[in-house]
Design a protein around this ligand. Sequence first.
Ligand SMILES: Cc1ncc(COP(=O)(O)O)c(C=O)c1O
Length: 424
Amino acid sequence: MTDPTNDSLFSRAQEVIPGGVNSPVRAFRSVGGTPYFVARGEGAHVWDVEGTRYLDYVQSYGASIHGHAHPSIVDAVTRAAAEGTTFGAPTEREVLMAEEMCSRVPGLEMVRLVSSGTEATMSAIRLARGATGRPRIVKFAGNYHGHMDSLLVAGGSSVAEDATSDSAGVTEGAVADTIVAPYNQVPAIRSDVAVVVVEPVAANMGLVPPAPGFLEGLRAACDEAGALLMFDEVITGFRLGVGGASERFGVTPDIWAFGKVIGGGLPVGAFGASRELMGHLSPLGPVYQAGTLSGNPLATAAGLAALAELDADAYGRLEATATRLADGLADAIGSAGVAVQVPRVGPLVGIFFGDTATAVTDFPTAQASAESGMYRRFFRAMLDRGIALAPGPYEALFPSLAHTDAHVDQTVSAAADAAAELAG
Ligand SMILES: Cc1ncc(COP(=O)(O)O)c(C=O)c1O
């Protein structure tokens, strides 16, 4: 039997998996070509099944903050696996994980673990509705909160790539109670709104920082309307710093949703709030929520190992790497005469091609950049040079703690070449 290639695997995959992938952005639809099938990863790199090595800025869309196959995470998972992979009974690691999370995030008093970010936002919204007795939710255009029905309205990420922001199969009833507002503008909040859900740093329409006063304004508007404020920190949590976005911006929401980093690369999500609010959840209260694999032994082992190495010093290093990357990319691409904006918030970096006179601040301005088609060309030119960016214009770049200055310099030099190709 011959070794599989990217093409052969993609052909076979398309016979048995819709689009050949288990999450749409991976199909390369918006950048063209065949996706590389990853054989393995180590640190900042992945290798595809043909042996080609890529410097990886996808890093599982932020799940792998330490880079791939980090030794202490591998060790923790290996040991946990040998002791049993799932029990359906509580384990000590779940307690340690919840304690660790609550000790890091100011205001977070209780968490419940789930198995994905989607589950976290979905359960958190049910909690908000159950606790307030109100039906409506407010979300922001271009923010992505996973694929629960009522949040698949004007969503970012690969939902946005489909050009229609809504999904077939979502009933009008499911979205009837969802109000969509423009990002970075504080909306009027009606008295029947249970919760305002926001990505405190929007990272699914490219990277769009919150405008000064936006998060504070949301906090005040929610308080006035008696609505809850929920930060979807699935990307920002435990990445923007020890206490995530709420600590970084000094705005405390009522409910948090988490995922990615806290799973150390295994399937995890979590949502949390004050003790009082979490008291509405079953078995304490009437809001039902459950999960066979929730608090899974492997996921909590990986997450605890990941968090153990995330101290202020690690965040400082990560932010320094991201700063070098953002500054380098802006300079290299701009110097080649290609108009680009490279926003950065802490360790998160974005790329917007096109008009630099208008800053990208919301979904329409992000869409205008994506529709220029420049990202697709840049992506391909970078991939040719061994640098793997996310295969879609609405994703962020995720430098990891495994990315060194030399990796960043290699990236910037490739970007200079790629931009010259684009300009030529
Ligand atoms: C901000 C945000 N919320 C929720 C989700 C959904 O998480 P998951 O893909 O683990 O279901 C994502 C996924 O990218 C996300 O970026």
